[in-house]
Ligand binder design. Structure first.
Ligand code: PPE
Length: 308
């Protein structure tokens, strides 16, 4: 994702100029990966900018911090207000929002206990994560030779900075081979998720996605898609997915805040279905985009308007 400079960054309760948002080189997070974060999107609508499922993201942030025994010195409500104020101060119509909670300056040792917990929030303008073209035409993916971290090694339910070292290895590998995105298998060899997205398969009209026990992040887009699918009368099954089920699926797509609904048209150079974006993928993609852009009734209370 390209970084598009904005005016302000929120740091520990204050708005600081973009280029003054600095931390010390000895900050614990830099050396030991001790940070938890969120990726949230703000969409332009007729009623002004709306932040999609903001509260759900902040609750997940709190839970990620809890897993790592970090006490966030701000409440969910305070962070929600700070984010809205940041969108206003940066005059953004749409944005990618990145709150991050991290261990700051304290000791140089893996022991994080007692090291101060700090919070920053960044919000800037962002286009399509996997590219405009890709969201329309679909992408070619590869199963990485790197597995997703095993249960009871790193907790997948925490959206922690250190987790993304695993994503980086997988991504570097597949990009080097000419693919757009990596699919990781879990410790047991079942399909887990993409480097930064959850995965769905369509087979005979049924939607399949891996369970939390396949070391996935409990994606908010994943949850939204499951609810939208059910509403459309599409059956959803949460099941362990063997690797080869990818090859014989009718449709595959990846979902995430940044990636939204991105179709997958091949896996390991094997065409999925007829090699084009599937019907159910298209339908869910369209419905998701209508909801986030405020073009449909907000049945689930997912839209948090910045100026209302
Ligand atoms: N799995 C992983 C590993 C993941 O990083 C994300 C979000 C998801 C699933 C989907 O979760 P959700 O956004 O709640 O639907 N990945 C973030 C991007 C990470 C990056 O910096 O790139 C995101 O989409 O914001």
């Amino acid at each position: 994702m390209p970084i598009n400079e904005a005016k302000f960054i929120w740091m520990n309760g204050e708005f600081v100029n973009w280029w003054d948002a600095k931390i010390h080189i000895l900050s614990h997070v830099i050396h030991y990966g001790s940070g938890v974060f969120e990726g949230i999107r703000c969409y332009k609508t007729d009623k002004g900018p709306q932040i999609f499922r903001l509260k759900d993201h902040l609750i997940r942030l709190k839970n990620s911090a809890k897993i790592y025994r970090m006490e966030i010195p701000f409440s969910v409500e305070e962070l929600r207000e700070a984010i809205k104020e940041l969108i206003r101060k940066n005059s953004l119509e749409s944005a990618y929002i990145r709150p991050i909670v991290y261990r700051g300056y304290g000791t140089i040792s893996p022991n994080p206990l007692g090291v101060p917990v700090e919070v920053s929030i960044i919000a800037f303008d962002l286009g399509r994560y996997l590219g405009d073209e890709n969201i329309k035409k679909g992408i070619d993916v590869m199963v990485s030779s790197w597995s997703k971290f095993a249960p009871n090694t790193l907790p997948a339910l925490a959206k922690a900075s250190g987790n993304y070292l695993n994503s980086q290895l997988a991504l570097m590998e597949v990009i080097t081979y000419g693919f757009k995105e990596a699919i990781l298998l879990d410790y047991f060899g079942y399909v887990s998720e993409g480097s930064g997205e959850n995965i769905f398969l369509v087979k005979n009209g049924v939607l399949y996605t891996p369970p939390l026990s396949s070391s996935i992040l409990e994606g908010i887009t994943r949850d939204s898609i499951m609810k939208i699918a059910k509403e459309l009368g599409i059956e959803v099954r949460i099941e362990f997915i063997p690797r080869e089920a990818l090859y014989v699926a009718d449709e595959i797509f990846l979902v995430g805040t940044a990636a939204e609904v991105t179709p997958v048209v091949s896996v390991d150079k094997i065409k999925i279905g007829n090699g084009e974006v599937g019907e159910i993928t298209r339908l869910l993609q369209q419905k998701y985009s209508n909801i986030v852009e405020g073009k449909e009734e907000d049945k689930y209370g997912w839209l948090d308007y910045v100026n209302i």
